[in-house]
Design a protein around this ligand. Structure first.
Ligand code: NCD
Length: 325
């Protein structure tokens, strides 16, 4: 098993399936009256968030707490980062406080890799979204959700058709999804306006299309991406209305999907832009379930990176110490 989770491309098929199967077991914990396992007791997990987040930060916090870890939440706003403290000094401070895992979200692509490679922290580094680059746990929770709905629990997504639509240029979710879905054998179609496709997309293992209607008919899952206005420094499409008309998912388009197909969105949604409110709340939408599944998947990642054998040997050391006394 890998020691850090920086990119969805770090996971081979065996590792990916192992995380998804572990998450399947851990999902049951959320439905128990007492939602807690002792696995990471005494371990410290730091949520290091330099960029805004609702779901991902809370999800990692819930996951770590359900495994009994101590959680320190750090957000750049209100910290010494606003006084100009660097990533290096922030990380060294957290290291000095004994972080066993650092979950990092940063506006710069590559920040988690820098943290791990420069060894500014001895703990496991988990990428919770770096710039427009990657968001591997989002891809894992998406694959987990697809497996459950498309009858593939225990296996991979071989032969499944996934259509991903929208602001591909600015999306770290799509980059991680393409890598993981490729590893799991799915066929990915990307639909976006030409202005929102990145240079080099011809080297991605995907098909591209500008025609949403045509690609919906064969989709097992359709994933809508948020139009990331905060990362746009130019005009990428004529108007919001024009965007929704060409690339938004509404009920008329929903009816083109096969009966078993699911609608996904990583959140936060721009209701009325990439997805209409009635589609977002439709029975075919699994958007809220993606959030629930995210906790189980992040529990699995923390468990596999930090727990397991390492946790058990720490307990053995404790008892040996006690025996000596
Ligand atoms: C995504 C992100 O932050 O990358 N959201 C998430 O983590 N659930 C997608 C987005 O912001 O559009």
């Amino acid at each position: 098993m890998i020691t850090n989770l920086l990119s969805a491309g770090d996971l081979d098929r065996t590792d990916a399936i192992r995380i998804l199967d572990t998450a399947e077991e851990l999902l049951g914990v959320a439905s128990r009256p007492i939602k807690k396992l002792p696995t990471l007791r005494g371990r410290t997990v730091v949520n290091l968030f330099f960029e805004d987040s609702t779901r991902t930060r809370i999800s990692f916090e819930a996951a770590a707490k359900r495994l009994s870890a101590d959680v320190i939440n750090f957000s750049a706003k209100g910290s010494s980062v606003s006084k100009g403290e660097s990533l290096k000094d922030t990380a060294l401070t957290l290291q000095a406080m004994g972080a066993d895992a650092v979950i990092i979200r940063h506006h710069s692509s590559g920040a988690p890799h820098r943290l791990a490679q420069a060894k500014w922290t001895k703990g496991a580094v988990i990428n919770a979204g770096d710039g427009t680059h990657e968001h591997p746990t989002q891809a894992l929770l998406d694959a987990f959700t697809m497996r459950r709905h498309l009858g593939a629990v225990g296996g991979d997504l071989a032969g499944k058709n996934v259509t991903i639509v929208g602001d591909v240029l600015h999306s770290r979710v799509v980059r991680s999804n393409v890598l993981l879905l490729h590893t799991l054998g799915a066929h990915v179609t990307i639909v976006a306006p030409p202005t929102l496709l990145p240079v080099g997309i011809d080297h991605w293992p995907v098909e591209t299309s500008y025609d949403l209607d045509a690609s919906l008919e064969k989709a097992d899952a359709v994933m809508m991406l948020r139009v990331q206005a905060e990362r746009m420094n130019a005009s990428y499409f004529p108007s919001a209305r024009e965007y929704s008309r060409r690339y938004g998912l509404d009920t008329a388009r929903l009816s083109r999907l096969p009966d078993h197909a699911i609608v996904m969105h990583p959140g936060p949604m721009n209701r009325g832009m990439e997805i209409t409110a009635d589609v977002a709340d439709h029975v075919r939408s699994v958007i809220v379930e993606q959030v629930t599944n995210g906790v189980a998947v992040r529990m699995a990642v923390l468990y596999l990176l930090l727990g397991g054998a390492a946790g058990e040997s720490a307990e053995e050391e404790d008892s040996t110490d006690k025996d000596r006394v």
